[in-house]
Design a protein around this ligand. Structure first.
Ligand code: FES
Length: 100
């Protein structure tokens, strides 16, 4: 007989965070397992994507405030200082503001 597995607490980077769109004046929750690109596209915000794995840089979007959890392998540190790959990045904090 198997015992039910205990659900491990989600790491902080897998928590829900709020995407704040500065120009559109929208606030969108990003749940664990969702990408910012998916949430944006579902809200009707056109985001070009290609690899959706943080490799190509197609989805790089300017960020304005917050602490992005960069998970791409294509943006340089200088590029990450101003842009975030919305297909794979998350947020270290409760909100992340994008220039959208
Ligand atoms: S779609 Fe390729 S890095 Fe995001």
């Amino acid at each position: 007989m198997q015992t039910p597995a205990m659900a491990a607490p989600l790491p902080a980077t897998e928590q829900t965070f709020e995407l704040v769109l500065a120009r559109s004046q929208m606030r969108l929750p990003v749940e664990p397992g969702e990408s910012m690109a998916d949430v944006l596209q579902l809200a009707g915000i056109a985001i070009d994507t290609l690899c959706e794995q943080g490799v190509c840089g197609t989805c790089a979007t300017r960020w304005l405030a917050g602490a992005p959890d960069h998970r791409d392998s294509c943006l340089s540190p200088e590029e990450q200082a101003t842009h975030v790959a919305v297909c794979c990045a998350r947020s270290h904090g409760p909100t992340l503001t994008l220039d959208l």
